[in-house]
Design a binder for this molecule. Sequence first.
Ligand code: SF4
Length: 356
Amino acid sequence: MIPRGRRRPGFAAAGTGQLFGMQPPPAPAGRLGCPKRMVFGPCGGVRDDERCELAEHRCVFLGQPVVAWPGPAVEASGPRPGTGPLVLADLSVAPFDPASVRRIVGVLAPVCDGLLVGEHANRPDFPPTMFAAEVIGAGGRIWTTLACRDRNRVVLEQELAGLASVGVDGVLCVTGDGRGVSVRPGVTQVFDLDGTRLAALAAQAGLRVAVPESPEAPPVELRPARVVQKQRAGAHLCVLNHVSTPARVTAFVAAARAAGATLPFVAGVAVYTDEPSARVLQRFPGLHLDAAVVERVLAAPDPRAAGIAAAVAEAVELLAVPGVVGVNLSGMGSARGEDDGARIKAAVAEQLMEAR
Ligand code: SF4
């Protein structure tokens, strides 16, 4: 398939020209005992009882100071995000199905500022660059999640160069949630890099870089300072995982500002309209939803309308938080499939546009 994306002037030259000559990220050996071989841990999957996401022991980063990004801050050469409120939406499509991409982009692109493509351990799809070209060709603007779980450093570099070339709006650099033992047994998990080191590579490639953070995953008190180190690694934007209340987002962003972070934040909005779409978010490590709101939506006479209204209300509150420049409409939205989920997220986005 030939990429049909809009080339962004300057991105391709910065990406492909600089990427392979750049200095390797520091400290290639991961922390002893970390299944993801992270240097700049902990990941966002630390359990509420402080157990590792992937093993039965305590996360090896707990009880330790925040790992500082060594040396000078990486210069982030890509353009910075705009200042207006941003409405992103998770792009969930049928895997390996270009027709599904075109259909769902057609529903979401007219009402969203950008589409965030995830990387799921149990749901592989086309390679990120090829997928991005499909989305852009269908008229969407895309932020691509790139995970270290399934690619060694060489392949990550290839994808960064490709994403810069096809003209994505940005890259969300993540270590990646671990693949459970029952998911694709025998498939290795790579973790040559972690999300922070990948962010540095992406910034040096001239891409706009987003990084994730999980405000309510242990160690809660140290996570604001992690954002500072990710910014030093080259991040332009921080995408927050779901938290239980907007007040927690307010406190987290204020703490990150106090620690020295100046980058803008995008907050996650949980979109669910039935039991399966709610429970899958609640079960995800590192995510927290307001349990009272979830039960109220599920018990409503019309859970679909109630779920949309709850998402709009949460988004409006989050957009009022100082430092939050946008929201990401996240989750399946519906158990009836990707097309229905897209219609639900589009309804949330439309109501948000009216409320803005
Ligand atoms: S919770 Fe994450 S960072 Fe901590 S030891 Fe496990 S994989 Fe590593």
